[in-house]
Ligand binder design. Structure first.
Ligand code: UDP
Length: 423
């Protein structure tokens, strides 16, 4: 972090409008508000956040010209590009008006923006306002982004075999197959996205999230809290919670294999199956009646869960796509994981869970009922799973220490506050 101060007490947050991005930003806003900052959230109209959970924040909507939901990850880059293009002028106008009203230097705002909302950096720089980046991925993923130009220059990217298990030079124990790219078939979009994510521009600091704040923030789907009463009836550590986050999806065949794997494991499960965002189709319709009869009360399916279920004593395992939020939420609650990464940084997170922190393992290759059944038993009933649960408990303890006075996260947060306020 560069040492300089701006004497700011006002923060303008610019979140990216996706579930896994907006919550970390609002969590950061909540923490900084508790440190005495006033918080304005300048957000896109698309997926605009519910404001009711944050009565102390000011919300400023930016016209974004977006009329349809992007097909993530296929059209993600094009979507982000129009979002950035369209939000830039309204954001500049909003900030200019804000500056116009200020009489003193300490009333000027500092901008904290999601790395994907790069228009905010361009505007801040033009208006000579300080800015800070929020990266919603892990530090390892961020370092991987920074390593891409070198890897390309040295001829390692694109790799000859993107499924190679060889270690990537200079990236600790990441293998080529773990790299956060959706595909190397068409390298251009991957590199464009990584160039965006690793561009610091004129920003003075990068904030990374390492700990969750236990408080409901924003959910783009209605949370089905009925699962809590069902969890209350289950035994300690007996339930496996299954959720692939807000974007990743499975097809009908995979869903059926998952269903039978869960049924045959004889374990109790809470399973999030989201409806199709475009046409509202309910993938639960694909589930065979025989499956529903077999599991009966042993399985509970919801469209969207309050993910605080991870803190419920009945939840003893998490089968996850390993998005960074889900990963830190699981770690913060001491729940061991089965990792099923789908794209992007999920593969990096999986590698760290399975080979560094050892609080989980990866379910590799095709989703097939026999393998799923084995994986669930391995995590939920076998000695190996118990060892992972132990590791998860140790990690939880470490995260708790890190946010206490003198802990690493606590110190970093104080440094951030100092950077923004001291002159
Ligand atoms: N989440 C939730 N209920 C669900 C599924 C997910 O509240 O049923 C939340 C979860 O707590 C996490 C976010 O959605 O904070 C997903 O973010 P993540 O980075 O894990 O994955 P992404 O959705 O970005 O792929």
């Amino acid at each position: 972090m560069e040492k300089q101060g701006w004497r700011c007490r006002k923060l303008v947050l610019v979140p990216c409008p996706f579930q896994g991005h907006i919550n970390p930003m609002l969590q950061l806003g909540t923490i900084l508000h508790s440190k005495g900052f006033s918080i304005t959230v300048a957000h896109a109209q698309f997926n605009s956040p519910q404001t009711s959970n944050h009565p102390d924040f000011i919300f400023q909507s930016l016209p974004d010209g977006i009329s349809s939901k992007p097909d993530i990850p296929r059209d993600f880059l094009a979507f982000m590009s129009s979002l950035n293009l369209n939000c830039r002028a309204p954001f500049q106008e909003f900030l200019s008006q804000m500056i116009g009203k200020q009489e003193q230097q300490d009333e000027l705002p500092c901008i904290i923006y999601d790395a994907l909302m790069y228009f905010a950096e361009a505007v801040s720089s033009q208006l000579k306002l300080p800015s800070i980046i929020l990266q919603t991925c892990s530090v390892t993923t961020m370092l991987t982004y920074f390593a891409y130009p070198r890897l390309q220059e040295e001829g390692y990217i694109p790799p000859q075999d993107s499924n190679s298990t060889e270690l990537v030079p200079g990236l600790h124990l990441l293998r080529f197959k773990d790299l956060p790219s959706n595909t190397f078939d068409d390298l251009d979009p991957t590199l464009q996205l990584i160039a965006i994510l690793s561009n610091i521009g004129s920003s003075s600091a990068i904030v990374l999230c390492t700990k969750l704040l236990r408080r409901p923030l924003v959910a783009y789907w209605k949370e089905d809290s009925s699962c809590i009463s069902w969890l209350n009836k289950q035994g300690h550590n007996s339930v496996i919670y299954v959720s692939f986050g807000s974007i990743a999806s499975v097809d009908a065949k995979e869903l059926t294999e998952m269903a039978w794997g869960l049924a045959n494991s004889n374990q109790t499960f809470l399973w999030v199956i989201r409806p199709d965002p475009d046409n509202g189709a309910e993938p639960t319709d694909w589930l065979p009646d025989e499956f529903k009869e077999t599991v009966g009360e042993r399985g509970y399916i919801v469209k969207w869960a309050p993910q605080q279920v991870l803190a419920h004593g009945a939840v003893g395992g998490f089968w996850s796509h390993c998005g960074w939020n889900s990963t830190i939420e699981s770690i913060s609650e001491g729940v061991p994981m089965i990792c099923r990464p789908c794209f992007g940084d999920q593969k990096v997170n999986t590698r760290y869970i399975s080979h560094v922190w050892r609080n989980g393992f990866e379910l590799e290759n095709d989703l097939e009922r026999g393998k799923i059944e084995r994986a669930i038993k391995r995590l939920m009933v076998e000695k190996e799973g118990e060892e992972m649960r132990q590791k998860a408990a140790e990690l939880k303890e470490k995260t708790e220490v890190s946010i206490k006075k003198g802990g690493s996260s606590n110190n970093s947060l104080n440094e951030l506050v100092e950077l923004i306020t001291s002159g």
